[in-house]
Design a protein around this ligand. Structure first.
Ligand code: NCD
Length: 323
């Protein structure tokens, strides 16, 4: 009889968000991810951990980095990976999402990686399938693997997360990256600051265990990490700021505003970056400070770890159910 894979410190079937995860769970996901960084730097980048498993990338919203890195992650673990991009015109219909999910479910995938435009849609879908589900971004709700890759990038550069002063700047209101990062960094003991115009901050943000600023220089003072966010124009209805020019003037990261952060403060951005809107082009390309490329590299390792852990959890669940 096959022996069950050992119970892992992350024992959930899905990864739908960072909210509610414990320090131990987050640390375990980061440890596992760190192990994959080495494998990805070798000439032979493949192992057969997920040989015979099927992963479906189901994207109802555009993506370059996230989709590619999930695909690469699955392939490096020897899984069969299928990509499905669903036209954005049908995205907003609940039935379409559930229909697609149950069709795919009938094909016995092991993991569904899902990106959807509606907050909560990935959770809904997870309730309708038998496989593991990873949230690759749902509306402005959560993007857990992005927060994990950001944390891994910081941890490898600074050796810790606890106690670091981390400023998350820009369109917090519409950003799933911000939400997942706030949950993760606050749980791990970082001092999180949010810097944004009043119009781009959700009400009640000051109750999230963070400090809130409306002025970049005040918010960036003595920071270890400056994380910039893209203006999520596709999620905006109405005007949130007078003009791009004015937004850049007050909230765009340039050397002048950066000068108040720690001299070795790292600059991060989940991408895609809008140069001249939330970040000055020169600053984004200053690789003595910017770790944007490293974030992309860590993304593959994090996604490998998540696919590995969830596939093995599912296998254990199935073996236990068969007993
Ligand atoms: C982010 C996303 O899709 O939420 N991008 C990403 O996953 N690399 C951030 C963004 O689109 O601004």
């Amino acid at each position: 009889m096959a022996t069950s894979p050992k119970k892992s410190p992350y024992s959930h079937r899905h990864l739908l968000g960072i909210e509610g995860l414990s320090v131990q769970e987050i640390s375990y996901l980061l440890e596992k991810s760190d192990e994959y960084v080495g494998q990805n730097r070798r000439a032979d980048k493949k192992n057969d951990t997920l040989h015979g498993r099927t992963i479906i990338n189901l994207f109802f919203e555009d993506s370059t980095r996230t989709r590619t890195s999930f695909e690469l992650a699955g392939k490096r673990l020897s899984a069969d990976v299928i990509n499905m991009s669903v036209g954005s015109s049908s995205v907003n219909k609940g039935e379409t999402l559930i229909d697609t999910a149950s069709t795919l479910n009938a094909m016995h995938p092991d993991v569904l990686v899902v990106r959807a435009g509606l907050s909560g849609a990935v959770q809904l879908l997870a309730e309708k399938v038998n496989c593991a589900v990873i949230n690759a971004g749902d509306g402005s709700h959560e993007h857990p693997t992005q927060a994990l890759l950001d944390a891994l990038t910081i941890q490898r550069r600074r050796g810790k997360l606890q106690g670091l002063k981390i400023a998350i700047c820009g369109d917090i209101l519409h950003s799933r990256v911000a939400r997942s990062n706030i949950y993760l960094l606050v749980t791990m003991g970082a001092q999180v600051r949010l810097v944004a115009p009043m119009t781009l901050l959700p009400s009640g943000a000051e109750n999230w265990g963070v400090e809130v600023f409306h002025d970049m220089k005040a918010g960036l003072k003595n920071c270890d990490i400056v994380m910039m966010l893209r203006l999520q124009n596709e999620r905006m209805q109405g005007n949130y700021f007078p003009s791009i020019r004015e937004y850049f003037h007050f909230f765009g990261l340039d050397y002048e505003k950066l000068s108040v952060a720690k001299p070795d403060a790292l600059i991060m951005h989940p991408g895609p970056a809008n140069r001249g809107v939330e970040i000055d082009s020169e600053v984004a390309d200053d690789y003595s400070r910017s770790v944007i490329r490293e974030q992309v590299e860590m993304g593959v390792a994090v996604r490998m770890a998540c696919l590995d852990i969830l596939s093995h959890n599912l296998q254990r669940e199935m073996q236990e159910a068969a007993k």
